[in-house]
Design a protein around this ligand. Structure first.
Ligand code: ARG
Length: 592
């Protein structure tokens, strides 16, 4: 469906043209004075210079022409010109009503899917194997998942890749520590050429303890660190036993990670990691050398990526360390090689902590310069800010440690459970389930309602509140609508046969106008990669709905036609809210 703003702009453009001005001047936008009007047109202000005429006069001419333009009667209720040259607009409720009925008739509620779907790869999640998921990985998962869903809603082919951190010194550290503890395992015996055991020699909790132990020991024990570096090097060179250990580390870690991401309702199409890029490294390095992009500097292999317009120093992109080991740059570049070969994406989007920006500037420039990624593929870095505690510092446990994601989720669910039980009597088991659903909305909405690039304060009390700009408030509104619709059905009504009436008053029109914005909001949120715009929209929408609800007798309404109009409006509000929360990555319970 066309956007409602475009439908209003069409006759405006006609009117400007008929008065001898550019069509482009006739563009409707949302009013920034909702007390005065619903939409406004500011074109005369912009055109005043070009036509050397007072904007007020231009606006008056255009408004007069509008009154004689096709579509005027149907769309406009009131058009007035105010100083210094705005056209203030109110539209007819019947016009909005029929627009909303058009939305009701469509599965995607008036959103037009992309005519030429793009292939978009999203690199998000980015957990490191052998380490538990902690709050530092929360934002990437939540924002990335939402962008994936938003892209799909708009009709694109979106591929999510978790991009595991499984290829650096951390692997060597684990191998070294394991050898300390279990030196007799066949993985360490270089002369062993039999099959390795299918079972991993550790559990996930052992693994999660091995890594930090090894990491702190390497900081104190130089010889130990040397060994870990050597192990990393040999792993990267393909030593059989170490490769087999890597396989075990991966399978044990990945099943644990999947379990955790499931709790967040986050999923990935690809479970690739840095190690999957390894086979592409030798060819890539050779190409960079042959084409003269890579050169040796202090023994390391580097590619210059600075540009003349740089205002700050962008250091060369290091491809191989002096010992020949691969770095974070190397795996990211080689990952681009297979992504391009296998998927030919139109865009690759990285949802990563904004402190990694310089890394991505280097990687992107190097990939373009060396031809790994061509012009037709966009490379985008969406850097997100830090999740802070109430003290304004990075979120920590009460004891000051890094908080595991699992514990964070549990804490929220506990708080939600307490609130639900406090609110009304329910079956304990049902309350637990509801607490999980609502708890997830608290976490995700709390995160997504902030612009991704900004730091924000993770405030459990505020996020779990049923009032204000929170996930639970949105869900509460949806549950309220569901409950009215259920009662309507129980009393014999059939909501599917109802249609929206062109009726104003009691907050109904405000609600209607808000609903009509849906396709525009979604399109804009997608283009700007801004889930926070979807949040802002549903917060307004929920407020408008609740205002309407408090002013209106819905189930008690005696005029049947009127009542059917209300019911249809509720159906649409529910569908729009549900489509939005689905894109944000959570869902609503039946009761709460
Ligand atoms: N594993 C990395 C980290 O924890 C994030 C990976 C981001 N993605 C990428 N392609 N580099 O910092």
């Amino acid at each position: 469906m066309k956007k409602i703003l475009d439908l209003i702009s069409e006759p405006l453009a006609e009117a400007f043209q008929a008065s001898g001005y550019e069509r482009e001047m006739g563009k409707a936008v949302l009013s920034n004075r909702p007390d005065l009007c619903e939409y406004q047109c500011n074109g005369s202000m912009a055109g005043a210079k070009k036509y050397k005429k007072a904007p007020f006069l231009i606006a008056e001419e255009a408004a007069e022409a509008l009154r004689h333009t096709k579509g005027y009667e149907e769309i406009f209720e009131d058009v007035s010109v105010v100083k210094p040259g705005f056209i203030n607009i109110k539209v007819k409720s019947s016009f909005v009503g029929s627009y909303l009925n058009g939305m009701l008739a469509e599965e995607k509620l008036g959103v037009e899917e992309a005519a030429a779907p793009k292939t978009i790869m999203i690199d998000y999640g980015g957990p490191n194997v052998a380490k538990p998921l902690h709050v530092g990985h929360l934002r990437s998962a939540i924002i990335g998942e939402s962008l994936k869903r938003l892209g799909r809603y708009m009709g694109h082919r979106v591929i999510g890749d978790v991009h595991l951190g499984d290829w650096g010194l951390q692997m060597g550290l684990i191998i070294t520590e394991l050898q300390e503890r279990q030196p007799d395992l066949p993985y360490f015996d270089e002369s062993y050429d039999g099959e390795y055991p299918a079972e991993a020699p550790f559990t996930i909790s052992e693994l999660e303890e091995i890594y930090p132990t090894a990491s702190s020991r390497s900081k104190e024990d130089e010889e130990y660190k040397e060994r870990a570096m050597q192990a990393t090097y040999e792993l990267q060179k393909g030593r059989r036993g170490y490769q087999a250990l890597l396989g075990h580390i991966l399978s044990v870690s990945v099943s644990d990670l999947k379990r955790n991401y499931e709790k967040l309702d986050v999923s990935f199409d690809l479970w690739k990691g840095e190690s999957d890029a390894d086979p592409y490294i030798p060819g890539m390095v050779q190409m960079m050398k042959e084409k003269g992009y890579a050169y040796e500097s202090d023994g390391a292999l580097v590619v210059d990526v600075k540009e003349e317009s740089d205002t700050k120093e962008i250091p060369p992109c290091m491809i191989l360390k002096s010992d020949g080991a691969a770095l974070y740059n190397t795996t990211d570049l080689a990952t681009l090689v297979w992504r391009m070969e296998d998927y030919h994406p139109d865009e690759i989007l990285y949802v990563v902590d904004k402190r990694q920006e310089l890394h991505f500037v280097q990687v992107f420039r190097c990939a373009r310069k060396t031809g790994i990624v061509g012009e037709e593929t966009a490379l985008t870095f969406l850097g997100f800010g830090t999740m802070n505690g109430k003290d304004g510092k990075p979120f920590k446990t009460r004891e000051g440690g890094v908080m595991r994601l699992e514990n964070l989720i549990e804490g929220i669910n506990e708080e939600m459970y307490r609130k639900i039980i406090e609110n009304h009597e329910t079956d304990k088991e049902e309350a637990r389930k509801t607490a999980q659903v609502v708890g997830l909305s608290a976490i995700k909405y709390g995160d997504l309602s902030n612009q991704a690039s900004k730091d924000y304060i993770f405030d459990i009390d505020r996020f779990t509140s049923f009032e204000g700009n929170t996930g639970p408030y949105i869900l509460y509104t949806i549950v309220r609508i569901k409950s009215i619709l259920n009662k309507y059905r129980e009393s014999g009504g059939d909501a599917s046969r109802c249609s929206i009436q062109g009726e104003a008053g009691n907050g109904q029109k405000e609600l209607m106008l808000e609903l009509a914005r849906f396709n525009e909001v979604m399109e804009n949120a997608f283009e700007e990669k801004a889930p926070h715009k979807v949040c802002a929209y549903i917060y307004n929408l929920a407020n408008e709905f609740n205002h309407f609800y408090h002013e209106t007798r819905i189930l008690g309404e005696e005029d049947e036609q009127k009542q059917q109009g209300y019911i249809a409006l509720l159906v649409l509000a529910k569908r729009v809210l549900e489509a939005c929360i689905d894109v944000l990555g959570f869902s609503a319970p039946e009761r709460m």
